[in-house]
Design a protein around this ligand. Structure first.
Ligand code: SF4
Ligand code: SF4
Length: 499
């Protein structure tokens, strides 16, 4: 069977390769066109930033109904329109807010290598799957590719990939994670078995890959081994788990993990020294992670199993950026199958963990500055007293003119207060555009502000000035616009007098 299947897959892969050459390969976002994400309560989300726009209960009875219509379809339409008209001013009323300001989507391409790797994984991990099952997945994939290449916003094929969150709880308290900080804005718990079964009954036959993690740590789900086994063995899906591996896992569980058929395991461990490791993985135990990994590697050998393929993954922070070689050597010596560094996702204000090297997720260096100059032109900067701010700005991001901004919507200048470390402390105010702002035009804006009495500013503060699209995004956060905020230093002298 194995011998028969490989040539079939190779032939179909060659067909795709040839057909790709005649098609346009770029699309907007993998999350909206190829993949679906299923929360622990069974709802579908496009991305983890969209939760506030999601209904509390699934409005449609099936995953496909939700995926092909409603806000999913109108968001695709919005993104396609923006891709077809680069430089057009975003009108994002019918899209998920976070998609309108997404730093990831513009860089995504319909990637032959990505499809090839998935098919290669199928050959490597799933060569014993019944050919009829493989054929069903491939037929759906062809339909999906046709719809993506046709720039359809209403996708009627099933997604080829899915993320599913077995548990959105965690044993650790990582400071940049919504679960770790307790800031997650959705009900927390474990996926019910019935929800899982219903989900896989519908999309399982079409999936190539199922990532069994989203917000929390999947290994905390009491039925995680059964969850993996059903996906792998009943539906022939490649499963992938990412875990902190820092909860106690005994030998019996680790044997079960191997037997479940899990194809890939990512273990997130950022340092091998406990005192450094806990700077991010708060509440974790690096020695336990390492010991359990050693056991798993030993058991794989004893059980003569090639799976799970184990990847050690290290996020780069300031405490480990100079220790990269040492950490990598340690991991390879332990016997992992793969190793990788990843830039950590750090919010702009997180100076405690920020590495010196510039690579952080969602950021680029070649940003455009739109604020040429900003200064206080009259009055003294005292708490509660008015001062006049003058800002000179250039319109260098859009090919169309920015229209005047009405009272509660549109593009305007935003000013935030920040402390001496440039950590944001809150909004100071907005400057509206009273007239059209043409491309390449320079305008000087001026407006009166005052620092609120209760500002926790000491001797030095900053005004952070940038463009924003009201209610949607600040331009600095939008990769497509790639704006660069301007920081105006304010010196508060004794008796709170500044200049
Ligand atoms: S936020 Fe970005 S990556 Fe997420 S679904 Fe929207 S466009 Fe895609
Ligand atoms: S280990 Fe993962 S899920 Fe848990 S708190 Fe840290 S980042 Fe969040």
């Amino acid at each position: 069977m194995h011998r028969l299947l490989n040539p079939i897959i190779r032939a179909i892969y060659r067909f795709f390769r040839i057909s790709y050459r005649f098609r346009r390969l770029n699309f907007y976002c993998e999350q909206l066109w190829l993949r679906t994400s299923i929360l622990q309560d069974g709802r579908l989300e496009p991305c983890n930033c969209a939760i506030s726009q999601m209904d509390p209960k699934p409005p449609e009875p099936t995953i496909l109904d939700t995926w092909k219509s409603g806000l999913f379809a109108s968001t695709r339409e919005y993104l396609l329109d923006r891709m077809a008209n680069p430089g057009k001013i975003p009108n994002a009323e019918s899209a998920y807010d976070c998609c309108a300001s997404c730093p990831v989507a513009p860089n995504q391409r319909f990637d032959r290598v990505f499809i090839r790797d998935i098919i290669r994984d199928c050959v490597a991990f799933k060569s014993k799957v019944a050919p009829v099952m493989v054929l069903r997945k491939l037929i759906n994939l062809m339909k999906l590719i046709r719809e993506v290449n046709g720039r359809r916003s209403q996708i009627t094929a099933y997604p080829m990939l899915a993320n599913l969150d077995p548990a959105n709880v965690c044993n650790l308290r990582c400071p940049e994670c919504a679960v770790g900080t307790g800031e997650i804005n959705q009900p927390q718990g474990m996926m019910e078995w019935g929800t899982y079964e219903k989900t896989l009954d519908e999309i399982g036959p079409y999936l190539f890959y199922l990532e069994l993690f989203r917000y929390g740590d999947p290994l905390l789900h009491k039925d995680i081994l059964k969850i993996i086994e059903v996906a792998e063995k009943k539906y022939g899906i490649i499963t992938l788990i990412s875990s902190n591996f820092s909860m106690p896992l005994d030998e019996e569980f680790l044997r079960g993990l191997i037997k479940s058929g899990l194809s890939r395991l990512i273990v997130a461990i950022d340092d091998v020294e406990q005192d450094l490791y806990v700077k991010y993985r708060r509440g974790g135990d690096a020695n336990r992670v390492i010991d359990q990994l050693k056991t798993l590697i030993r058991l794989k050998k004893e059980m003569n199993s090639e799976t799970p393929h184990i990847r050690w993954q290290t996020l780069i922070f300031n405490f480990n950026e100079d220790r990269k070689e040492e950490i990598e050597k340690f991991a390879w010596d332990l016997g992992v199958d793969d190793f990788g560094f990843m830039p950590a996702y750090l919010s702009p204000n997180n100076y405690d963990l920020k590495p010196k090297e510039k690579k952080t997720r969602g950021g680029k260096d070649n940003r455009k500055s739109q604020i040429i100059r900003a200064e206080v032109v009259s009055g003294e900067v005292r708490f509660g007293e008015p001062f006049r701010l003058e800002v000179e700005a250039v319109q260098n991001v859009f090919t169309e003119a920015i229209p005047p901004s009405p009272e509660d919507s549109g593009i305007r200048l935003g000013i935030k207060m920040a402390d001496r470390d440039k950590k944001e402390m809150g909004d100071l105010g907005r400057i509206l555009f009273e007239k059209e702002f043409k491309p390449a035009e320079t305008i000087v804006f001026s407006k009166e502000f005052s620092f609120p009495d209760d500002s926790k500013v000491e001797d030095i503060a900053y005004l952070k000035i940038d463009f924003l699209l009201e209610g949607k995004f600040w331009f600095e956060q939008n990769m497509e616009i790639q704006s660069q905020p301007y920081f105006l230093e304010i010196e508060f002298k004794k008796e709170s007098v500044g200049s």
